[in-house]
Design a protein around this ligand. Structure first.
Ligand SMILES: *Cc1c(COP(=O)(O)O)cnc(C)c1O
Length: 425
């Protein structure tokens, strides 16, 4: 091979650049294998994955139990569509509704589809149960939300990059400030046509913003007072990521020792995706009780792949791993350790302003402007030192490793992160 020959890394990047739409700006690293908390690039270099595919790979890469369920089911039956019954979907629905404590679920594939499904359920409920006049229903959302990429969802985003030139936009959404109960109540009080409040328990994409203690609980109480559905988008925060099975910690059967079975907040509609499959397959779902879910009737909603037998087998295995390996407790303990170790460093740091988060969903804020390249450059150096993470918004770096990490690995990661940050002091 000539010394001028392109590396296999560069070849892979060139192919994506030439033949793929440029809808992402990936960190320059080309991965070809993953196992547990590790991924390897095409040259065999090993990295800690500190993004976990935006919290889809909570159970670790290629978990043998999940991959086992996937391959076993793939050899028996992959897709029937919902024109016919299959022998896996009902089992999955029973398992998952009991796991999360709801009467019913509606299976979809991606997070954005599940959010769309929840919005449709909420609107139907507005007209058929709450009694709002036709086409008048409003849904309250938060500033700086991230709920996916469909035309309706970007209609109520305030991220100009995500929205610009995708209009005309879908009507029927009211934006309020996140973590502001006064603004929320003012919106509820002034508008009798509000049917739902869609919220992320922690705003992940916005930069891991954890709301004030009691915000979710009081927001739910306000929803109850005004007969408004509390819709929790836990696509990123759910499935043990924040140290509990759910960040809203509904009335679930999780193994979380802090969970008394009494919900802190029980959403009226719960949206899950990402780690529902452990990253092995696109699986999402919407959960609700009968009084809400029964507005969905044959023909009113659907998806060819939603609830397919592979998805069902994979999701059951993925949830069993979360329960059996006590991933919520592990995320809780390692998250506390992570923040305390970083806080010790931050006391004397000029580069990092703060660390925040819950469980193993954390972020550091770099002491620079949003437009600066510093967070990106830090991520490049982290990569060189064997750890993969990515900036969210300009100067914020999210840290979300797989939840199957052990303490020794976490301490190793903390030392890589601090060593790297010190190079920027
Ligand atoms: C990732 C994400 C979505 C969208 O999920 P996709 O599978 O990418 O469509 C929705 N809501 C939240 C909170 C997310 O983090």
């Amino acid at each position: 091979m000539s010394v001028l020959a392109k590396s296999s890394m560069q070849k892979a990047i060139d192919l994506e650049n030439r033949y793929g739409a440029h809808n992402y700006h990936p960190l320059p690293v080309v991965l070809s294998r993953g196992e547990g908390v590790y991924v390897w690039d095409v040259d065999g270099k090993q990295y800690y994955d500190f993004l976990s595919a935006y919290s889809a790979v909570n159970q670790g890469h290629c978990h043998p139990k999940i991959i086992g369920a996937l391959t076993e089911q793939a050899q028996k039956l992959t897709l029937t569509s919902r024109a016919f019954y299959n022998d896996m979907l009902g089992k999955y629905e029973k398992f998952a509704t009991e796991f999360f404590g709801f009467d019913k679920m509606l299976p979809m594939n991606t997070g954005a589809e599940a959010v769309e499904t929840a919005l449709k359920i909420c609107r139907r409920w507005a007209y058929e149960v709450k009694g709002i006049a036709e086409n008048q229903a409003q849904i309250v959302v938060c500033n700086n939300n991230f709920h996916g990429r469909t035309t309706t969802i970007v209609s109520f985003s305030n991220d100009e990059v995500a929205r610009k030139n995708f209009g005309p936009y879908t009507q029927g959404f009211i934006k309020v400030e996140y973590d502001n109960l006064i603004a929320l109540e003012a919106a509820f009080r002034s508008n009798p046509t509000i049917a739902g409040f869609l919220v992320e328990p922690i705003q992940g994409e916005a930069g891991v913003f954890v709301p004030s203690e009691g915000y979710l609980k009081k927001a739910k109480e306000l929803c109850d007072v005004y007969n408004i559905l509390f819709i929790a988008d836990e696509v990123q925060t759910g499935i043990a990521r924040t140290g509990r099975l759910l960040a809203t910690c509904g009335n679930c059967n999780c193994s979380d020792k802090n969970c008394s079975g009494t919900p802190e907040v029980k959403p009226d509609i719960l949206i899950l995706g990402k780690a529902l499959s452990g990253g092995a397959y696109p699986v999402s779902a919407v959960f609700a009780n009968n009084s809400i879910m029964d507005v969905i009737t044959p023909g009113s909603h659907g998806s060819t792949f939603g609830g397919n037998p592979i998805a069902a087998a994979v999701a059951i295995a993925a949830l069993e791993v979360v329960r059996d390996e006590k991933l919520a407790e592990n995320a809780d303990q390692l998250g506390a350790l992570f923040r305390s170790e970083l806080n010790t460093y931050i006391e004397s740091s000029k580069v990092v302003r703060l660390v925040r988060g819950k469980g193993l969903l954390n972020a550091i804020v770099i002491n620079d402007t949003e437009e600066s390249q510093k967070a990106w450059n830090i991520c490049l150096r982290l990569r060189d030192h064997g750890l993969l993470a990515k900036p969210t918004h300009g100067n914020i770096i999210r840290f979300a490793p797989p939840l199957v990490m052990n303490e020794e690995q976490l301490r190793d990661c903390v030392s890589i992160i601090i060593k790297t940050l010190k190079e920027f002091e």
